[in-house]
Design a protein around this ligand. Sequence first.
Ligand code: NAI
Ligand code: 15L
Length: 270
Amino acid sequence: MNPAPRTVLLTGAAGAIGTLMRELLPPYGYRLRLLDMVPVPGAPDAIQADLADREALREAVRGVDAVIHLAGISLEADFEKILAANIVGLQHLYEAVREEGVPRVLFASSNHAVGFTPRPRPGEPPLAVDIRHRPDTHYGLSKAFGEDLAQFYWDRHGVETVSVRIGSCFPEPATVRSLSLWLSPGDCARLFHAALSAPEVGHTVVYGSSANTREWWDLSSARALGYEPKDDSEMYAEKIIAEHGLPAPGSAVDRFMGGHFCEDAPRWPH
Ligand code: NAI
Ligand code: 15L
């Protein structure tokens, strides 16, 4: 494995995953430069900038070895808002990266880029990473775009990216669905470290989950980067199922990987 990059820009540093990674990544040897549009608690040196600000982005990426790009709208929203932060903002970030010669980006994609994919039933094989995009929301659409943008910047400009289709990254899984998609904070740090330190990734798409007993995904492209998940959501299963019950058979939450993001789609269920 290559030596890990030393200085990494962490965008979205004030958010849920950003806050977790600020604690968990430095022990791997990273020096984090932080950016968010809001102040980052406890980090007076963090850069406060919006993804709309191209000059600020260019300055923020100058001299870093890699960018972990978490900033953006992380749930469904009006298309105009998603467009500004997750599509135009992402392009600004990649232009800054290209102009400043940053070699690698870790892009926080999402399971919602493929959310309308039927989830595998028990006994069926896990979902491969090369299934087609089936975004379930404007948000998922922006993540599908982000993966294509990353491919474009690799093919045209030689900027490497690992696009991580994150499942549900929270300290604990909270729903029956997240028993299959949980990415524990510790495994998130392990996966991010693998993505930053693996040699020659080009543009690689990986699923981001822990080693869950109820896994829906084929993690082989993540494992090929050196990722070895250590956690399993199963220890929470009994409690979560007792609290929530199993999803109603045939409901959107039962059928689709994107779960409740698919719920209010007029086309479903039918
Ligand atoms: P979050 O919503 O907690 O954090 C996002 C951060 O981005 C916030 O601190 C926000 O202030 C910042 N931000 C938003 N718009 C911005 C802009 N225009 N300019 C600068 N900063 C801006 O999200 P979370 O949960 O930490 O997720 C991080 C990333 O991972 C997001 O891109 C999200 O889509 C993705 N992701 C997260 C999952 C999860 O389970 N938490 C699952 C799948 C994907
Ligand atoms: C996501 O993409 C969201 O950012 C996160 O808040 C969760 O909703 C997650 O997906 C999920 O599907 O559980």
